[in-house]
Write a protein that binds this ligand. Structure first.
Ligand code: GLC
Length: 818
């Protein structure tokens, strides 16, 4: 007879069971099948500080007021929360003014002065409302979970309502269309060599998205490092779900109403990039691999002889001895310190790759040290985690162990002493040949909170680059470290720049890259870029040049290519393309003061560097599907050309007035224009009223001391603010206020234009004067007043019809009169 709950009582009387004695052959009483369980009706609640705990009798939900606009929700299926720990959070202080919990017959409502989290007593459905009672985001089902028999813990789920016209953005480096709606995604950091459009998962886990619901934006950050899943109205058109294979259902609701507000608030949780050294914003030339030394020198010489600006040369894995990290192949690089010094004297920084796999080799000091100190990862039964990567059989440091991070950081000493300026961390998903990555039973320290690779996989790469960053910061003294990583988790931006991994030399991949950079930017990772030209495969000259053009407006501008491809430098495609590539790399260098200022705005005020059109005009639903036009900072709009043979492009400009960067023709926004996109050009527009700082041309950052700064100033008949930031370029002196932040207000009417300047900060630049180029005046100027003093005699126009004014760097007000 089969034993079931129904006939159990006829077989034995459960009361006859001896207390505390479990007999192997006894049927187990009360064993429930594993099913998804949902929260039931709310039975009670209590408050502890800024947390409110609601219970259905078994499970508990914590609603925590994190700031006036951020509320965190956590679920404990059996009433006991996991310990509080997150690698994502930056521990920035949050501002909470007032909050309270109000109860009525149906609901509890946890309220701040801007947002309410409303919990339905009957069904535990949670919704988020603004101060006017408008529902921004709401549960479709109550939070639920399913026990995980294999590993313990729970699969945890949240399901939200999705409105018909609701769209979704974010989630890191996904290669699908920009709007996430209609797709399902998986987060499990993966070495995705030559990934295709829509291939998932990729290299990073950024479990943060923004929705736009009826013109109002909000964000959800699901801070869970386990394998996680997001479904944006893919399975059901009226549902958005997110779930994970373990850990806690723990998410932050981040209030808008604008996407920009949401993103800035996400940055208050997870931090921003550090202020980068200015040279890192120049052009970087990379290749798998430049060796021996002579080849590296040849590349450097070519840049200088051909007058193509460049700041950094990368050494890929072949600089090492048998791919052993922190060693040099002395045959190819007999005296690295000398070579790096010589490169530096010609204005080149040297960046080297360092992977996580450490070759199992008793004659190799890094392996021996790691082994002696028990720093390498182990399997569940205490065997070492071993796998093959470039060096052959390897073991892998457990970067989730703080001691390992300190040790690893110290290993960079010799490289730093040799003059290495930056470090490139690769293969840190972690990648293992054959199996792809570690088996899930590998154990990790997880900063004392312990866990298997299921929990640590997605943050392994971030902790590796964190340890690299922190090591460099100590070793390089007062210099800003440069690190670039392939893998990461939310918050990785505090430690590194990222690139999008092994893309392909195809037009489709150029398009994917345009989306990926914007997507990373709205997912908290502003300092990002693609392998310009495509990593694998062969671009033709046109594709490479179009990619260089896009690269000018990628926060990180790095060309890179796989070892089995033809030579891939800006001069590799013949004179015509070389000239165009030079022109665009020069443009990058001219715009560096503007680009550097945009990074300051990111670092200081949480603004993203790239801003997709939807972020500028979210209420216009048409912008939700535009993915090939964006602004860099808030003043320059670009529309990279990503079709072969294209010589025009349709460009939608957001409301307001815009100027063509090349011709200075003015355009009205709020509509689409067909504009020229000749191969030696690309559509670039500047917002009316902008003050764009530019640098005289240099072959590398700091080539010479600037004796005059250039500003392009665009007339506007409404008031527009701009700013310009400068400091020592690569030290931390700015933290002691040794910087200048200059603010400009431009305004005009039919007969006059004014430019006001205010200056803050303690930095003293060497230059004394400005070369102001005034664009778009609707009148013939007859008089210019600088701080009240008249300059009328020598009003000059250049061949681009710009009025030229020389002024002192400390002017307060310039008036241009008809
Ligand atoms: C990986 C990286 C690539 C690098 C190569 C060799 O494929 O993504 O950028 O060149 O490894 O180190």
């Amino acid at each position: 007879m089969e034993v079931s709950k129904d006939n159990l009582s006829t077989i034995l009387d459960v009361n006859d069971l001896e207390d505390g004695v479990q007999h192997v052959n006894n049927p187990i009483v009360g064993l429930e099948p594993i099913v998804k369980k949902y929260l039931g009706a709310v039975k009670d609640y209590r408050q502890e500080g800024n947390s409110f705990f609601f219970s259905d009798g078994n499970a508990q939900v914590e609603v925590r007021v994190v700031s006036d606009e951020i509320i965190r929700v956590r679920l404990a299926p059996q009433g006991v929360f996991l310990e509080e720990f997150s690698y994502a959070l930056s521990h920035n202080e949050q501002k909470i003014t007032v909050f309270t919990c109000v109860e009525n017959e149906q609901n509890y409502s946890v309220q701040t002065n801007t947002v309410a989290c409303v919990i339905n007593k009957n069904n535990f459905l949670i919704s988020f409302e603004d101060i006017n009672g408008r529902i921004i985001n709401q549960d479709l089902s109550a939070m639920h979970w399913e026990e995980n028999i294999d590993f313990g813990g729970f699969y945890v789920y949240a399901t939200k309502k999705c409105n018909d016209d609701e769209n979704f953005f974010g989630l890191g480096d996904k290669s699908s269309d920009f709007n996430l709606r209609g797709n399902r995604y998986l987060n499990w950091n993966t070495d995705a060599y030559s990934f295709g459009k829509g291939q998932d998962p990729l290299y990073r886990t950024i479990p943060f998205y923004m929705g736009i619901n009826n013109g109002v934006s909000y964000g959800i950050f699901f801070d869970n490092t386990f394998k996680s899943h997001f479904d944006f109205a893919c399975q059901d058109n009226d549902k958005v779900s997110f779930w994970a294979d373990g850990g806690e259902m723990q998410y932050y609701y981040i209030h808008g109403p604008h996407m920009m507000d949401v993103l800035k608030r996400y940055h208050t949780l997870t931090g921003t990039h550090q202020m980068p050294a200015k040279w890192t914003l120049g052009f970087h030339q990379c290749r798998w691999s430049y060796y021996p030394e002579k080849k590296v020198k040849d590349i450097a010489r070519n840049f200088r002889e051909r007058n193509i600006p460049c700041d950094a040369i990368y050494l890929d894995i072949d600089y090492m001895d048998g791919y052993r990290c922190f060693t040099w192949n002395r045959k190819h690089f007999p005296d690295p310190a000398r070579m790096i010094k010589e490169l530096a004297s010609d204005g080149f920084k040297t960046v080297v790759i360092i992977d996580p796999g450490i070759r199992v080799d008793e004659n190799y000091s890094v392996f021996r040290e790691g082994k002696q100190n028990n720093f390498f990862c182990r399997r569940c039964d205490d065997y070492f985690m071993e796998g093959h990567v470039w060096p052959g059989r390897c073991q892998f440091p457990d970067f989730t162990n703080p001691k390992v991070r300190v040790w690893w950081g110290g290993l960079f000493k010799e490289l730093v002493d040799a003059g290495v300026a930056g470090v490139w961390n690769d293969m840190n998903e972690p990648a293992v040949f054959g199996s792809g990555t570690f088996p899930v039973d590998v154990r990790h320290n997880y900063d004392g909170y312990h866990g298997s690779h299921r929990k640590a996989h997605n943050i392994y790469g971030m902790q590796m680059v964190r340890s690299t960053y922190e090591g460099l910061k100590k070793l390089q003294k007062n210099k800003r470290p440069f690190t670039i990583t392939r893998a990461g988790y939310s918050g990785v931006q505090r430690y590194a720049t990222v690139w999008t991994g092994d893309n392909v030399a195809s037009w489709e991949h150029l398009k994917i890259g345009i989306v990926q950079c914007q997507r990373l930017s709205v997912s908290g990772i502003s300092f990002c870029g693609t392998d310009i030209g495509g990593f694998s495969g062969e671009p033709d000259g046109e594709l490479f040049t179009r990619w260089i053009q896009m690269g000018v407006f990628s926060p990180c501008m790095r060309a890179h290519s796989a070892g089995d491809t033809a030579e891939r430098e800006p001069w590799s495609f013949g004179q015509e393309y070389e000239d165009i590539n030079r022109k665009f790399i020069e443009l990058r260098y001219r715009l560096l003061p503007y680009i550097y200022s945009a990074f300051w705005e990111h670092y200081k005020h949480n603004f993203p560097i790239l801003r997709p059109l939807v972020m500028l005009e979210q209420e216009n639903i048409l912008t939700h599907s535009i993915q090939d036009i964006f602004t860099f900072g808030d003043k320059i709009l670009v529309a990279p050309v990503s079709d072969p043979g294209a010589r025009t492009k349709n460009v939608y400009l957001p409301p307001g007035k815009w100027y063509d960067y090349w011709t200075h023709d003015s355009y009205s926004g709020g509509q689409e224009h067909e504009v020229s996109a000749a191969i030696d050009s690309m559509p670039i527009f500047v917002k009316a009223g902008s003050v764009i700082p530019e640098s005289p041309l240099m072959q590398y950052v700091g080539e010479y001391e600037v004796d005059e700064l250039i500003f392009q100033i665009y007339y506007s008949d409404y008031e527009v603010n701009s700013f310009y930031y400068e400091d020592h370029d690569d030290t931390f002196a700015f933290e002691q206020n040794i910087y200048l932040e200059k603010k400009y207000v431009v305004n005009g009417d039919q007969r006059s234009m004014t430019i006001n300047q205010t200056i803050e900060g303690l930095f003293t630049p060497r230059y004394e004067t400005y070369d102001l180029k005034i664009i778009g005046l609707p009148f013939a100027p007859s008089k210019v007043l600088i701080d009240g003093r008249e300059f009328t005699d020598n009003l000059e126009f250049d061949d681009l019809k710009r009025l030229r004014i020389k002024s002192s760097k400390s002017f307060k007000r310039i008036e241009i009169l008809a």
